[in-house]
Each structure stands twice: as structure tokens, then as C-alpha cells.
Ligand binder design. Sequence first.
Ligand code: AVW
Length: 256
Amino acid sequence: IYLGVVHSHVLSSYSPSSENLKKTIIDKCEAFIQNNKSSSANNCQKIWSAFEQAFVGRDPCNVPMEAYDPLMHTVIQDPVCNRMLFWSKTKKIVHDFTEKRDCFLTLEDTLVGFIMNGLTWCGKEKSNETFTTGCPGWTDCVNNTVRSFWNRASAAFADAACGDVTAMLNGSIATPFSPTSIFATIEVKRFKAAKIKSLSVVLVTKENKGTTCDDPSLQDLQKEIDPKLKYNCKAVPESKIQDCISHPDTACGACW
Ligand code: AVW
């Protein structure tokens, strides 16, 4: 009984998960800046503070995407015209592709996307603690801590889009332009014809099977975007992209 009391006292005052999340985020932030000197104007402590104020003390199902406005205003990120790569239902292949290449950049290759990628976090009402377990899942409630972050970060990424923009979509599923995806609900809606010249869809297919560029959902995509913006779509076999992943020296222009 005595040990039990000591144990719970230590737990409540030490709050290990919160300390770990802070360390994880600051370590990832610093590692990113080390590898991307163009991000060196960022201050990882300030990023942590702005991040934490979005959700600490809040119901984890009631964090609107605007809660992350201060974080997004704290992060300094240069736009990278012509190299922005959006994606939907292609998470693994798209990141295997960008990992060893500089010609394209996904949200997860930017500072804020890199830091949060793979993490789970939330707070609790009337508490200043940070949790990394027991947080609501993606579809448990609309305004959950993690989902609102990705919505907000995706909005900023799309707002910054300029030049020729690329989107890698999944041709192995029935609806490559899924109406409930972040790509459809947030990103495409924020594409600005004044800044963007063209949208190129790379439809990743399994050897001439599945959806084609004529798919109705891709026609919906084309209808969504400003007609001033040039649209094109190319079905590319997954094996061709895999070849490019295995051979990082292949020029990006030769991959599709
Ligand atoms: P996605 P998006 N349960 O592949 O267009 C758990 O659909 O939405 O592509 N996790 C989920 C769920 C779910 N039901 N739905 C989505 N996720 C998470 C940011 C999961 O981690 C970039 F800029 C999944 O891998 C892209 O252009 C991820 O959300 C665009 O937004 C992506 O879902 C990709 O979002």
C-alpha cells in the first residue's frame, strides 16, 4: 500500500508522456533544421509553445483547425513553386518516392509535417497535461486534436502552392479523388489560379488495371478547379514509380 501511494504521487507530478512528447518534437524539429538549412530561421522552442497552446486544456474532440493558427504563423517555410506534391491514398509510395529526391516535396517533407508525422497527441479539459495515448481516433469525432492539425497544416500547404502542382492519386481504388479526403475537402478548394499554373495528376495504377484518367471522380476533380488552371492526368504503372524509387539517380522528369 505504501509503495502504491509513492508510485501514484511520482506519476502525477512527473507526467512522463508530456515530457516525452516535448522532447520528441524538439528533437525532430532540430534534426530537420540540421538537414534543411533553409529552415534555420525557425525556433524549435517557440514552435513547441505555439503547438502546445492549440490543444492543452481542451476537450480533444473540440479542437478546431483554427486552434493551430498560432503554430502555422510561428513556422517559417519558404514556398517551393513547381515542386509541391499532393497525394491521397498513396501515403507509402509517395513518401518512398520523395525520400531520396529533392525534385518533389510533400507536406510531410516540410518542417511542421515532418515533426508531427507519425505522432499522436491530445490534452484534456481542466488539465495542463499532454497525452500521447488514449486520444480520440481519426474518425471518433470531427474536431479531434490530430485531425484538426492535419487539416490546418494541409490548408497552409495548399495556400502556398504555386507554379506547376502535382498530385499522386491511387488508381487501384474505386474513387481516386475521394470526396471526404483532405485533398478534396481542404487542399483543392484552396488552389489559387493566380499562383498556380497547372495541376498534374499522377494516377498510380497496377499494370493497366483499375481506374483510368477518365474516371468520374477525376472528372469531378477537374470541375472543382478554376478553369484558368491547366489540368492534365497521366496513368503511371506502380512498377515504373518503384523503379524510380530503387534508382534515385533517375531524373524526376523520367519517372512519369
Ligand atoms: P488519405 P488525404 N482513419 O490517404 O487526401 C485514420 O485519405 O485525406 O489522403 N487515419 C486516417 C483516416 C481514417 N479514416 N483518414 C485519413 N487518415 C490519415 C495532406 C492517415 O494517416 C497532404 F498534403 C492517412 O494516411 C496530402 O496532399 C492520412 O490521413 C493530403 O493531405 C491521409 O489520408 C493527404 O490526405
